[in-house]
Ligand binder design. Structure first.
Ligand code: BYC
Length: 479
């Protein structure tokens, strides 16, 4: 079944109507979810009509319809990519066996942990972004924020479905707990570090959706090859939504760069490091953007876990979590005799060390992520080149400012040079936005709600959503 049943309270393509127990569990969870949405989701705008897309099918083409929706009435649902008949496990010790339609008993705890961690990030990001609607630089951006938010909500539904359908009472308890932890909360924080950081301004939001949602893509890609078929099918559909989130981030930052370049060109500013000259015109200087890149990228690298990880080796071996685009990799997909080059600290410097490939699964995924991020940097730098600016943005070294893994015990510069703790702290303003920089960004966060108008620090997008014209009213603000 690939069409989505919208007549049910919970839209779905999993024939929920025929599973009374699951239907009851999900219907009992629904009001708690709505409570969470209203209390920890977007502040304000709950009565506004937002031009949102809703999935109506899971096929590659035409899966979404667009229309005005009040966010609490969004049709969150359970959508799985179509089942592939005859699918077999693609990697690990069970390679070649039929995929599992039920949870394999021996891997129950491991699988539950992966699903809970994935599920925990989704509401966390909504919580992190909850105040941003109030300072949106345009209605177009506000609508994109809310689209991202409702879809993260749907991704939570996706994980809750798996927990409630396949993990019995434990699963129901985990589903409740997903609504109880809160981003940044001192007592009950979200599980992973980056999801407890604040997202106080729109540049942070665009950086987050560029870098942290891209971790989402990498992790979902690895789960999309899972031998546990319901997880693979769920994550495959989530990936189609994730694409838009990264688009919002990448083009968001690109538009900020574009605006800065235009301000520099129009006002004859030739020194890219002259931040005051740029700020005088209400734009964001390039050096501060570089510092924001340094922060968001390094925080996100930590989300890959330790480069060398027994957890990752076990979940690969078990056939639960593969690598990025596992089926396209040309090797035996079991890795028992393979090695992988991992960057480690040896004798006070970063060296590449051949390591058993199974234990280096996280390192490899992180490398693939870095390659993907480099492509983004190329696109951003193209804007600078087009404007003839002699400046380029770059990713910091993998060892910079790490809290998890190989580099968590050392202090490294953005170039990867290991320095003393004292030197690092003395120099950190060279690499990270200072309080004054962050205050400047915050001072720019004034909402712009006239259709077709944009705040001073960001350029208009190249095209509207779903082909809409430039002055389209993406959010009809409630009176
Ligand atoms: N913060 O063996 P290790 C997304 C814990 S984003 C705090 O190094 P492992 C999204 C770890 O839990 C994608 N704790 O790592 C984006 C473990 O604890 P226990 C989310 C951390 O397990 C934007 C211990 O340290 N999905 O979708 O190999 C918006 C040792 O762990 C952190 C997933 O991550 C950290 N950063 O790999 C919305 C996929 N890192 O269990 C959504 C599911 C590690 O020993 N998760 N720890 O107490 C996983 O695959 C793995 O759990 C991880 C860690 C890749 C996260």
């Amino acid at each position: 079944m690939s069409e989505v049943d919208y007549t049910a309270l919970i839209p779905n393509n999993v024939d929920l109507a025929s599973d009374a127990q699951l239907k009851r569990a999900l219907e009992a969870w629904y009001p708690k979810y709505i409570d969470w949405w209203k209390n920890k989701g977007p502040v304000g705008f709950q009565d506004s009509e937002v031009y949102l897309r809703t999935a109506v099918g899971v096929d590659a083409e035409g899966w979404a319809k667009f229309g005005y929706v009040k966010m609490p009435e969004y049709r969150w649902g359970i959508l799985l990519a179509p089942k592939e008949e005859g699918r077999t496990i693609a990697f690990g010790q069970h390679k070649g066996e039929p995929v599992w339609q039920e949870v394999p008993g021996e891997y129950r705890a491991m699988l539950r942990r992966l699903i809970v961690i994935q599920g925990d990030t989704e509401p966390a990001s909504v919580e992190q972004q909850r105040f941003l609607g109030q300072t949106a630089p345009s209605l177009y951006d506000m609508r994109n924020l809310f689209q991202v938010n409702v879809e993260e909500g749907r991704h939570l539904w996706a994980m809750v479905y798996l927990l409630q359908k396949y993990f019995g009472r434990d699963g129901r308890e985990e589903a409740e707990d997903l609504l109880k932890r809160t981003s940044g909360d001192a007592d009950k924080p979200r599980i992973l570090g980056a999801f407890n950081e604040a997202t106080p301004d729109w540049l942070s939001f665009f950086m987050f959706t560029t870098f942290t949602d891209r971790d989402g893509k990498m992790q979902l890609e690895s789960l999309a090859s899972s031998g546990f078929d319901p997880l693979a099918r769920t994550t495959r559909f989530m990936l189609t939504e994730e694409g838009h989130h990264m688009f919002v981030g990448r083009t968001g930052v690109e538009r900020v760069i574009q605006q800065t370049c235009e301000v520099m060109t129009e006002n004859g500013i030739t020194d890219p490091t002259d931040k005051e000259a740029v700020r005088k015109h209400g734009a964001i200087d390039l050096a501060t953007m570089q510092k924001k890149i340094n922060f968001h990228y390094s925080v996100t690298l930590d989300l890959f876990g330790a480069e060398i990880s027994t957890n990752a080796a076990n979940s690969f071996n078990a056939g639960l979590k593969g690598r990025f685009r596992e089926s396209k990799i040309d090797d035996d997909h079991q890795l028992e005799n393979d090695t992988y080059p991992v960057a480690r600290v040896v004798d006070g410097e970063v060296q590449i060390v051949d390591t058993p490939a199974l234990s280096a699964i996280n390192a490899r995924l992180c490398d693939d992520y870095m390659d993907d991020c480099e492509k983004v940097m190329k696109r951003w730098n193209r804007v600078l080149q087009t404007h003839g600016l002699d400046y380029s943005l770059s990713l910091p070294h993998r060892a910079f400012r790490r809290a998890v893994g190989e580099f968590s015990d050392v202090y490294a510069t953005v170039a990867g040079e290991i320095v003393s703790e004292t030197e690092w702290h003395e120099r950190k303003d060279e690499w990270l936005a200072s309080d004054a920089d962050l205050e400047y960004i915050l001072s720019l966060m004034q909402s712009e709600t006239s259709p077709g108008k944009y705040a001073s620090w960001i350029a208009a997008p190249r095209a509207g959503i779903n082909g809409q014209p430039g002055d389209f009213e993406y959010v009809k603000l409630a009176a």
